[in-house]
Design a protein around this ligand. Structure first.
Ligand SMILES: C[S@@+](CC[C@H](N)C(=O)[O-])C[C@H]1O[C@@H](n2cnc3c(N)ncnc32)[C@H](O)[C@@H]1O
Length: 282
């Protein structure tokens, strides 16, 4: 079948199903079944069977609002490609900003072997980024959910990361007061916001990755406590939150007296994205 025609039909089909990124998703899926990059699709005049049939089957699932990353089995995170699928949160481009801030923070400190902890690691995205970008970093990561942990194991296999299965609340007692940087993208959606959450997210990202109590701040409170326990004086924490928590999330940190320089950071779209703070000295 003619490639242009196939893509135009696929885009229309996904638009009809309410998919916001219809054209891009059609290209991702066609690239996936033909084993090409999206750019290389431009050089492909015809799509032969069985690729056309495989494409049709994936479009059917995408029209049912299954995330495109579950269909291809991978998600980009910076220049990393992570294995994802049912049972793990798909890493989002917004989180790259938190990871980049983490790299800049430890790089500024110019420590030969900074100790970094990723709480709520999910697919292992943030831990992998730090291990990849900061030579010499000693990276630790924890995940509560066994299904997500299995993905993290695969994604972190190429890196020297100490990965644990368990609750962030009690993680790494042996590192108390010795960590340079704590990063977290915890669950933060208020239970009351269920109605407003996109179908792809609500139906496919694991519940434990999304919801966090009535105000969405339950796990951010855990992150504050754990980071306070783990960090050495002068160490930094960065914790992602929802747009609507631009005041509430910093307040979680400001309220305990354990922090200086509590500051909220915006993403490239100028949306409030993560709170950062520095552990107060003894
Ligand atoms: C929003 S996802 C983020 C995953 C990953 N850090 C990322 O940015 O793509 C939150 C993750 O935290 C995990 N989680 C939730 N509560 C936790 C807890 N108390 N301790 C450790 N992990 C937890 C969830 O299972 C989920 O994998």
């Amino acid at each position: 079948m003619n490639t242009r025609r196939l893509l135009a039909d696929a885009t229309a089909r996904l638009e009809l199903a309410g998919v916001a990124s219809a054209r891009a998703d059609a290209e991702w899926l066609l690239a996936h079944v033909t084993g090409r990059t999206r750019t290389a699709l431009m050089l492909l005049d015809e799509v032969e069977e069985p690729a056309a049939a495989a494409f049709d089957a994936l479009l059917e699932r995408r029209a049912g609002r299954e995330p495109v990353q579950h269909l291809t089995g991978t998600a980009p995170f910076g220049d990393l490609e992570l294995v994802v699928g049912t049972g793990v949160f798909v890493p989002r481009p917004e989180t790259e900003q938190l990871a980049e801030w983490g790299v800049a923070t430890v790089s500024r400190a110019a420590l030969p072997a900074p100790v970094v902890v990723d709480l709520c690691t999910g697919s292992g995205a943030i831990a992998a980024w730090i291990a990849h970008q900061v030579p010499g970093a000693r990276v630790h990561a924890v995940e509560l959910d066994e299904g997500a942990y299995a993905y993290a194991e695969r994604n972190l296999a190429a890196f020297d990361v100490d990965l644990r299965l368990g609750d962030a609340m009690h993680a790494f007692p042996e590192l108390d007061a010795s960590v340079d940087l704590v990063l977290a993208n915890p669950p933060y959606i208020p239970l009351s916001a269920w109605e407003g959450v996109e179908q792809e997210v609500r139906d496919w990202d694991p519940a434990l990755a999304l919801w966090s109590g009535e105000d969405g701040l339950d796990t951010i409170r855990v992150v504050e406590q754990v980071a306070r326990r783990l960090l050495k004086p002068g160490g930094a924490v960065g914790c992602e939150h929802a747009d609507a928590q631009r005041e509430a999330a910093p307040k979680v940190f400001a309220a305990t007296g354990g922090w200086t320089d509590v500051r909220d950071h915006r993403d490239l779209a100028d949306r409030p994205r993560f709170v950062a703070a520095v552990r107060r000295g003894a």
